[in-house]
Write a protein that binds this ligand. Structure first.
Ligand SMILES: Nc1ncnc2c1ncn2[C@@H]1O[C@H](COP(=O)(O)OP(=O)(O)OP(=O)(O)O)[C@@H](O)[C@H]1O
Length: 875
């Protein structure tokens, strides 16, 4: 493709481009970044910029397009957003000083996983790049957020767990070795998830020995023992590959990557990706946004670091009771000390993103304003510690030392002006008094104007020419201008430079001396300020460890006080924690639905689950009654408790859960070419294959995507299987419209029926939203259809059809009674006509509660509760 006789510049371009075949090369030429050949075609298409050509008159013109140097960031952002990588090839010598062709080099490669610019990052989310690696039977995984320095690794022999973990990390970019590209599990994962930007690298970059060496050099240590990963060959392989990629793309050592955190997948509650979506933990199913999600409710953090940590806690809920209790203790303390907590949160607000500021400055990016932001954040710490001393829990005590940081802030304060410009090359950043030499230069350039005015007055006096002027232009620099009429009177030491129609222009030794001082001073001042700035930036690099430690501390304090704040505002309570598998929730609520519903008050519900009698709960009830809501609120409360948050319940005892599985509704996956039923069955298979005695399974209707009898049979068999799983069974909440499943209660020890009560009233239904014991045999689908706005003729016709079907069923079952459709009668139930209206209501309510399964006292209490709690119906 190269032209026959490439110019020296084009040769330089081609030799650089050769090293970056898969990356768009931004080649700096003066005030522009230019792209050539295929890169130019692609960029012009993606960025909608004009495609031109170089050597237009040549036989082989070269396609070319360009973006202004100063506006490059925005264009790069758009390309990264689309999954491309951009190599920034800059001029690495001053073009004015260059002899011949200006030297150019790639100074950085920007990829989706290697972003440090604030504008391209979501403040409250990490931007991870992730690597996977295989060593014998073990697969390793490492993730890195270069902007914050967060660097973690893990490994396991369970490939499915690694794939779950990739989803949990949700990286922007993934590095895999060539040999894993075609590996069964990974290949199908990447095929199904084309959104990931995958970078394939040679296996060599993932080898243990080389990786270990790179990590040791990066961390400047002699062994990896201190990081707990010395023997984790697969994990270390992945981490080392990341470091290799960092040095390839950043072209420098990244100082703020000073440690890697080893973690084990078995230490955290696993909520697979599908369940995260189903439960809307952080992404609204319809909009994808945070609004209407658990994260949206919980994340009232006031700092960027706190926001990211809270999102992390949500993805990694704990399993160890002590660790959970210690978060609860802190939340409780912060909850009690309301004033101190409010003060603390006020004082946290001005703390800027220390992690990213520290990272950016350490990498040699960032400007004086970033230093000022860093300073302000460090200065805010004193007030924070002061407020913290009002709390008693040791968790709030910071065990590091901030003296060095205070010193750094002091230094920045003395050096950097509050009104510093965003550029670092044009001066205006450094305060007077910080550096004498700089002050002198500033004085010269500033005093220059005064000096000129003085000179003008002095020369007018000396020559007696009142119209004499001192002027400046770019060609001559400073000069003295005298009208021609007076040119006879100029002294001998004036040197004539130019003759105009009406005037003569002269220079003098004094003026030239002054000029070199003033003009030089401007340049020198800018250069000197840049030097001082860079020295300060190096200081930040030297303190990166302290900055990161304090950032982690601030994040934690922010999260814990946020939990306390949210608990107070929303009426959450501290749950008990147990390891016996008991889930006992008294008056629990759905944390999101309770905030979003309008017009209706949220009705709390109580629920008990355990591994003895109440292991599999079959929940029936009409459409729209609130089955899904109650199911999800149990899962959400479990996650909240294990992340250390209080829960929306009057009282709760939460049995620590190792995995939460959900199979919910029909989320179409048509884009992946799978049928709804197929997806449903795959998800169900995943559950029955992976649930343990400590898991919590949420099944919101299974088997609905196929014919009634197939579906019912599958649902039945799955419920049975989960009840008997591994000999112990697993806690399961099963919402279903197959009323036949309620028979399971009679057949299996640990199955219990519940339903969500509704009230039928003049052919309408009123939702009581109350979870009560017992099954139900009606769906009220037609009534719900009417509520949804299905036209009356269709409703009438459905009723007729239903009546006929039900009559047919009854007859088939050998029953004589044809009462059937719509009456809601159950065998053995009292005839409603025998009662007064008041009594009738009572009887109806009792019928709904299925009192046969309750003690009289229970029945009465529940009834009272129904009357008191439900606003939807007036008895
Ligand atoms: N406890 C409650 N208190 C008040 N409103 C509730 C409660 N539970 C549910 N709702 C309201 O009812 C709506 C429907 O609830 P949900 O989706 O849980 O019903 P469902 O029984 O699962 O319905 P379907 O069988 O049609 O899927 C919710 O969106 C919410 O607005």
């Amino acid at each position: 493709m190269a032209p026959v006789k490439a110019t020296p510049m084009m040769q330089q371009y081609l030799s650089i481009k050769e090293r970056y075949p898969d990356v768009l090369l931004f080649y700096r030429m003066g005030d522009f970044f230019e792209m050539f050949f295929e890169d130019a075609r692609l960029a012009s298409r993606e960025l909608e910029i004009t495609l031109t050509s170089r050597n237009k008159n040549d036989d082989a013109p070269i396609p070319m397009c360009g973006v202004p140097y100063r506006a490059a960031q925005g264009y790069i952002a758009r390309l990264i957003e689309k999954g491309y990588k951009v190599a920034i090839c800059d001029q690495v010598e001053d073009p004015r000083a260059a002899k011949g062709l200006v030297k150019r080099e790639v100074v950085r490669v920007v990829t989706p996983g290697m972003i440090i610019e604030d504008e391209l990052l979501d403040e409250k989310a990490n931007n991870f790049i992730l690597a996977v690696s295989r060593h014998q039977q073990t697969t390793g995984l490492a993730s890195l957020d270069i902007s914050t320095g967060s660097f973690r690794l893990t490994e396991t022999a369970d490939v499915a767990a690694i794939i779950d973990e990739i989803r949990r990390v949700a990286p922007r970019e993934i590095l895999i070795p060539e040999s894993l590209k075609a590996d069964g599990a990974f290949a199908s994962f990447f095929d199904a998830a084309p959104d990931y930007a995958v970078t394939v690298m040679q296996d060599r970059s993932f080898e243990y020995a080389g990786s270990r060496q790179r990590l040791l050099e990066q961390f400047d240590t002699l062994s990896l023992e201190g990081f707990g990963c010395a023997s984790m060959k697969a994990g270390v392989g992945a981490a080392g590959a990341l470091i290799h990629y960092v040095s390839e793309t950043q072209r420098q050592k990244i100082e703020h990557l000073s440690a890697v955190q080893t973690y084990f997948l078995g230490k955290f509650l696993v909520v697979d990706d599908q369940s995260c979506r189903n439960l809307e933990l952080s992404g609204n199913i319809r909009t994808g946004s945070r609004h209407g999600t658990l994260l949206g409710i919980l994340d009232q953090t006031v700092t960027a670091m706190g926001g990211r940590l809270l999102a992390h806690w949500l993805r990694y809920p704990l399993l160890e009771p002590e660790a959970i209790q210690s978060r609860f203790d802190a939340v409780a303390e912060a909850g009690e000390q309301m004033q101190a907590r409010r003060d603390l949160r006020e004082r946290l607000k001005p703390v800027r993103d220390l992690e990213r500021l520290g990272g950016k400055l350490s990498m040699g990016h960032g400007n004086a304003r970033d230093l000022t932001a860093l300073k302000g954040s460090i200065q805010a710490l004193a007030g924070i510690f002061d407020t913290l001393s009002r709390f008693s829990v040791p968790l709030y005590a910071y065990d590091g030392d901030t003296a060095a940081l205070d010193e750094l802030a002091g230094l920045i304060d003395r050096a950097i002006r509050e009104d510093a410009p965003p550029t670092i090359t044009e001066g205006g950043m450094i305060r007077t008094g910080y550096d004498q030499e700089l002050d002198e230069l500033i004085r010269i350039s500033r005093d220059g104007k005064g000096w000129l005015a003085e000179l003008e007055a002095k020369e007018r006096d000396a020559t007696g020419i009142n119209s004499l002027k001192v002027r400046f232009n770019k060609v001559f620099g400073y000069y003295i201008e005298v009208p021609r009429a007076h040119s006879q009177r100029v002294p001998d030491h004036y040197v004539r430079k130019q003759t105009l129609v009406n005037a003569e222009r002269y220079i003098t030794d004094d003026l030239k001396h002054f000029e070199s001082r003033v003009l030089g001073a401007e340049d020198q001042r800018a250069a000197m300020e840049q030097d001082i700035f860079m020295a300060l930036r190096d200081q930040v690099k030297a303190h990166h460890g302290g900055i990161q430690a304090i950032a982690r501390f601030v994040a934690r304090v922010d999260c814990l006080t946020t939990f306390a704040e949210v608990a107070q505002n929303n009426g959450y309570h501290r749950p008990d924690i147990n390891t016996d598998g008991v889930i006992d929730i008294h008056d629990g609520r759905h944390p999101v639905v309770e905030q979003l519903i309008t017009g209706e008050r949220f009705v709390p519900n109580s629920i008990v689950m355990d591994n003895r009698e109440n292991q599999v709960l079959i929940i029936t009830g009409p459409n729209m009654a609130g089955k899904s809501t109650v199911l999800r609120q149990v899962a959400l409360m479990t996650i909240m408790a294990q992340m250390g948050s209080f829960v929306p319940a009057q009282q709760a005892n939460i049995g620590i859960t190792d995995r939460i599985f959900t199979r919910v509704g029909a989320l179409d996956n048509l884009s992946a070419g799978q049928s709804t039923f197929m997806v449903e069955m795959q998800e169900t298979a995943n559950i029955v294959n992976n649930a343990t005695a400590d898991s919590l399974v949420i099944l919101d209707e299974i088997g609905r995507g196929t014919s009634t009898y197939d579906g019912l049979s599958i649902a039945w068999a799955v419920a049975e299987y989960l009840h008997g799983l591994n000999g112990t069974g697993t806690r399961t909440l099963f919402a279903t419209h197959y009323h036949e499943l309620t028979d399971l209660e009679n057949q299996l020890d640990r199955v219990k029926n519940y339903n969500i009560a509704v009230k039928e009233w003049n052919d309408e239904i009123i939702f009581l939203r109350k979870l009560v014991k017992g099954g139900t045999n009606r769906s009220y689908g037609i009534q719900v259809a009417r509520l949804a706005g299905i036209p009356e003729p269709v409703i009438r016709r459905s009723k007729k059809i239903l009546a006929r079907i039900e009559a047919g069923k009854h007859l088939a079952a050998g029953e004589k009674d044809e009462a059937g459709a719509g009456s809601g009668k159950k065998d053995g139930h009292v005839q409603l006509g025998l009662f007064s209206p008041a009594e009738r209501k009572l009887v109806e309510a009792i019928q709904m509660l299925d009192v046969s399964r309750m003690t009289p006292l229970e029945a009465l209490n529940t009834l009272n509760e129904l009357q008191i709690k439900s606003q939807s119906v007036v008895y």
